[in-house]
Structures are given as C-alpha cells and as structure tokens.
Design a protein around this ligand. Structure first.
Ligand code: ADP
Ligand code: MG
Length: 267
C-alpha cells in the first residue's frame, strides 16, 4: 500500500473539544487514507467516542481543522458527514429487530414507485449489495432478530456503506461477538479496505486490532498517544501508549500488582 503518495480521505488537525470542566480532546491529529484500516484505541474516557462523534458531525470541535480529501470542511451535522461520504456504525447497531434485512438496509431511504414502496427493486439491490460485500444471508426477507450477531453487524455495516461511503467509522464492531462471528466482521472490514474505503475501527480488543488494522492511533486522556504501523510495533508498545507509561502516566506510577501495569508485560 503506497499510502505516502495519496491524499488522506480524512484529516483532523489539532482538534480540541471541551465538555464543561472535561477536556475530552486536546490537540489531536488524525488521518485515514483510502484503502487503510485505522484502529482507534485508548482507555475508557480517552476521547475515542468524542473523536468519532466529531467526525460524524454530532459534536463540533472547539478548535482545529478538518479536511476531506485535502479540502477544509465544516461538519455541522450527520447530514454533512453523510454528504461527504462519512458513515458511522454505532455500538448499539440501530437496526430494527422486527423488520427484515431489506427493510433495514433501506430504512429511511426507501425506494418508491408512484409513491408505493418498490419492494422488488429494493430486494434485488439488497441482494446485490450483500453479495458485493460477500455477506452471506440466505433469506433477506427474514427479520433481523433471527440473524446471528455477526450477520447483524454485517447488515449494519452494509447499510452504512451502501450509499457511496468513502470513510466508515465502526465503534466496537466485534464487542458482542464470538470467535467465528468476529472473523466474519473482520473479513468484511478487509473487503471494505480492498474496495478503497478508509475504515476507522474503535476497539478494546487488541488481538482484533492487530489482526485487521494497518495502523493504530492511540488516545491518552484526550491527547495524542502516538500512531503505530502494525508491522513495526508490538502489543507492549501499544499497551504502554494506552496506559500512558511513556508519559509518566498511570502505568509508571502503578504498583507491580496493579492489573493495569501487568497488561504491559503480558505476552
Ligand atoms: N456529552 C458529554 N458531556 C460531558 N462530558 C462528556 C461528553 N461526552 C464525553 N464526555 C467526557 O469526555 C471524556 C472522553 O469521553 P469519550 O470520548 O466517551 O471517551 P472514550 O470513548 O474513549 O471512552 C470523558 O471524560 C467523558 O466523560
Ligand atoms: Mg466510547
């Protein structure tokens, strides 16, 4: 991947965001290139969700700059983000359990023909979309409640990328999944990358992050904690950045029996 020769899809420069007394983000830089999977990691409260919500147009930054494909942009709401081709899959998935797969894919964007739902066209296109992403769902007229967790996550991802997305943000996409289902979702993430999308994955699971990501960006108490090429780093280095060991943070200060400190030396 000749990343250095391309323009990033998305660039955040020196982003800060405060909620009352809490400085959720301070001076954060972030970028994602086409055909790249970036893992966004950090302890609870590190600012991951705030960063994603800033990109998604839920929060506006207090200061800093956002560029899309090299051009400065202002993202003042989810609609702006969608128009740029930025889509987000939040942790709770936001699927309707009692509706079928086709209805979920088209929720709020139904195709109509003379003001009547065009079920045939939606179903045909739904099957194409799922096939294009190699998501195996045999019966698209089954309700989403009947699907496995991996299939549900895949439907949520398909729903978010089927409208010309260029950047997709996934918040903990494998958190609720078993081993086989996690593999399904990681495979899907690789396919999105292979189609040239920029994918941002928030995850607590470093095994998943190391398996699927090209680069790992660490946030530490809302501050930049480093960007690591997965081929050139180790779990230990990333864990040290997450716990702030490098900055004289909690891992340095922690006693030897502190479980947070132990993580840093675990194999
Ligand atoms: N809407 C909000 N109002 C007030 N404080 C918030 C809000 N959202 C996040 N925070 C605070 O900002 C900090 C970063 O939170 P968050 O981005 O959710 O971290 P993470 O997703 O990494 O766990 C935390 O201290 C959190 O309590
Ligand atoms: Mg969060």
């Amino acid at each position: 991947m000749a990343v250095a020769t391309k323009t990033p899809l998305l660039t955040l420069h020196n982003i800060s965001k405060r909620f009352g007394a809490v400085q959720a983000l301070s001076g954060v830089d972030f970028e994602v290139y086409p055909g790249e999977v970036v893992g966004l990691v950090g302890d609870n409260g590190a600012g991951k969700s705030t960063l994603v919500k800033t990109i998604a147009g839920i929060h506006s930054p207090d200061s800093g700059e956002i560029l899309f494909e090299g051009h400065p942009v202002t993202i003042t709401g989810p609609r702006d983000a969608a128009q740029l081709g930025i889509s987000t899959v939040y942790q709770d998935l936001a699927l309707c359990d009692n509706l079928d797969v086709v209805a979920n894919l088209y929720l709020g964007r139904e195709l109509t023909e003379a003001e009547v739902l065009d079920e045939v066209r939606m179903e045909r296109r739904a099957i194409e979309v799922l096939k294009g992403l190699q998501v195996k769902i045999r019966i698209v007229r089954n309700v989403v409640a009947s699907l496995s967790g991996g299939q549900r996550q895949s439907v949520a991802v398909a729903r978010s990328v089927m409208w010309n997305s260029k950047v997709v943000l996934l918040d903990e996409p494998t958190a609720a999944l078993g081993v086989a289902q996690t593999k399904q979702v990681l495979d899907l993430i690789r396919r999105l990358r292979d189609q040239g999308l920029g994918v941002v994955v928030i995850s607590h699971n470093l095994a998943d992050v190391f398996e699927v990501c090209d680069r790992i960006v660490v946030l530490w108490l809302g501050r930049p904690g480093g960007s690591f090429d997965v081929r050139e780093t180790s779990r230990e280095k990333v864990v040290a950045a997450i716990t702030g060991a490098e900055f004289g943070g909690p891992a340095d200060a922690a006693p030897a029996d502190d479980p947070t400190a132990a993580k840093g030396i675990a194999p």
